[in-house]
Ligand binder design. Structure first.
Ligand SMILES: Cc1cc2nc3c(=O)[nH]c(=O)nc-3n(C[C@H](O)[C@H](O)[C@H](O)COP(=O)(O)OP(=O)(O)OC[C@H]3O[C@@H](n4cnc5c(N)ncnc54)[C@H](O)[C@@H]3O)c2cc1C
Length: 493
């Protein structure tokens, strides 16, 4: 394992990378801990390897002519991921949506943290770099330069935006825990040094760089909280940066036995920093709590990220409809009116997400920086609804699957001494045993397995605390005209 020096961010790359280049970059001496041990090389570790390989396969697809025209754009002779394109028209928003959706279909939305998610955020912060000038003109320049670096090197980014909650009351009041929260401990002419923890980096161990931006509300009245107020990017192999992972759900099973966990293990990790050095060129906000609190909303980064998310959720919901229909068809349940109604509920959810995406894209508009953004409200509706809809989709899979989710012998049982029994007794009206088991193992992996449980938790929380997101939605909603109608009616009494 050789620690490589991270590139200077003024260097420009050649545009989209191959999967092999991405995988090679992960063996960089990073400090990743999984199930009690330091990981020597994430590209070789059973718990992390296949997730990274899946992403490498997606990186390769970017260069495939069939996909390239959808997921890339050309700039200065380079093919750049479409998620980095700064939209200047409604058509650009539609193109970005098509690219997000295309990426999502490669995993049917199961690999939630494809790089286009964070690319959307870096693009938005750059498109709105003027906002960062409120802190310092140089910070806006840093952002523009970093954008060029990430886009032309096709970097795979993760983020850890939240300060871990130690005391709920303190956290809600915007006060940080001095013992736990990531903070600046030293500053010099070259940059800053940070120590503490952030949560939670999905894909962290399999990413190149981590976005350490502000999303936790900071108490802006108190000067002593300035050391928590920053936004920067750090390479995952920065000395002193450590990723502490949850257990892996990739237990080395075959694609037949674990069709999802064997492919789409995007690890989640708490990120800790011990005196990590961050050069000034990688800093975008510094000692500005108010700017931190406004950053995601006022740069429209949250809207551009929600656009990526809704496209992914659409692909995922469509896949679950397909799964439910295939499950029902297997036994002939699809002829039953009640079952049709049951599956129709998943279709309603899918079509709701599709309509919200369509509305957001078709109502795209110019923002205050002269760029285009999708309409926020439909996206925000989806971001608040899907965390509630997804558990229902999973419940529908469980209700339809029932004991078939347990009638799931392993691939080996199709060729060992009990294979005759398995072949005979696991058949369904429209599926022979091998295909029935494969189908219901997929449903199991999505709705019952540890991998599936994490998927549900992810959908509930990855974009933020549900109560907080709903309260922001309430605040932004145009309520006055509706209230007027009520007051008008009662004033006529
Ligand atoms: C699988 C998974 C992947 C994730 N990936 C990432 C990632 O890649 N990057 C990243 O930065 N974060 C990530 N997160 C973190 C995610 O953003 C948080 O889990 C989410 O914001 C909730 O915060 P918390 O976990 O600290 O919950 P807590 O603060 O412990 O909150 C728990 C409960 O309290 C409620 N609550 C929290 N704050 C408030 C408040 N101020 N007012 C009222 N109610 C409140 C919440 O709704 C929730 O029900 C991920 C989370 C999960 C589960």
């Amino acid at each position: 394992m050789v620690a490589k020096l991270s590139e200077n961010i003024t260097s420009l790359g050649n545009g989209i990378r191959s999967g092999a280049e991405y995988l090679e970059g992960l063996n960089d001496g990073r400090d990743v801990w999984l199930e009690g041990q330091r990981v020597a090389d994430v590209t070789q570790h059973q718990g992390l390897r296949r997730g990274a390989e899946t992403l490498a396969g997606f990186m390769d697809k970017q260069a495939d002519p069939k996909h390239k025209k959808i997921v890339t754009f050309e700039e200065n002779g380079r093919d750049i991921p479409m998620s980095f394109m700064i939209p200047k028209s409604k058509e650009d928003i539609v193109k970005r949506g098509a690219a997000f959706y295309e990426w999502a279909t490669w995993s049917n939305g199961i690999f939630g943290r494809t790089p286009d998610y964070k690319n959307a955020s870096i693009m938005a912060f750059t498109a709105a770099a003027k906002f960062l000038e409120e802190g310092k003109v140089e910070f806006a320049e840093n952002m523009r330069r970093y954008y060029q670096y990430a886009a032309t090197h096709d970097k795979v980014l993760t983020h850890s935006l939240l300060n871990p909650t130690v005391s709920f009351a303190e956290a809600k009041a915007g006060r940080s825990s001095a013992d736990v929260t990531l903070k600046v401990v030293k500053e010099n002419d070259a940059g800053i040094f940070v120590t503490g923890a952030r949560l939670l980096a999905t894909l962290g161990p399999q990413a190149d760089e981590v976005e350490v931006f502000p999303s936790t509300l900071l108490d802006r009245q108190k000067d002593e909280h300035l050391e928590y107020a920053f936004a920067f990017m750090a390479p995952v192999n920065s000395p002193g940066l450590r990723m502490i992972c949850r257990d892996s759900y990739d237990h080395g099973k075959s694609h037949y036995d674990a069709p999802l966990a064997s492919r789409y293990e995007e690890m989640d990790a708490i990120v800790t920093f011990k005196n990590v050095f961050v050069p000034w060129e990688r800093i975008f906000i510094y000692r500005e709590p108010l700017l931190c609190n406004r950053a995601f909303a006022e740069t429209n980064a949250v809207t551009q990220m929600m656009h990526q998310v809704i496209c992914g959720k659409l692909a995922k919901a469509e896949f679950i409809v397909g799964l439910l229909c295939a499950m029902a068809k297997a036994s002939g349940k699809d002829k039953d009116m009640a079952i049709k109604g049951h599956i129709a509920e998943a279709m309603f959810i899918t079509e709701t997400i599709r309509a919200l995406r369509f509305s957001a894209e078709q109502h795209a508009h110019e923002d205050e920086y002269g760029n285009f953004i999708p309409l926020r409200q439909p996206l925000d509706t989806s971001r608040n609804l899907f965390p509630k809809m997804y558990p229902r989709l999973i419940e529908l899979v469980q209700l339809l699957g029932s004991s078939s989710l347990m009638a799931t012998p392993s691939e080996l049982d199709l060729s060992n001494e009990i294979s005759d029994d398995v072949t005979q007794y696991f058949q369904l009206l429209n599926l022979e045993s091998k295909d029935r088991i494969a189908l219901f193992r997929l449903a199991h992996d999505l709705s019952v397995s540890g991998f599936g449980g994490r998927q549900t938790l992810y959908e509930r929380f990855f974009f933020g605390p549900p109560n907080v997101m709903a309260s922001i939605y309430y605040d932004l909603y145009n309520k006055d005209e509706m209230i007027d109608r009520v007051t008008t009616l009662i004033s006529q009494a």
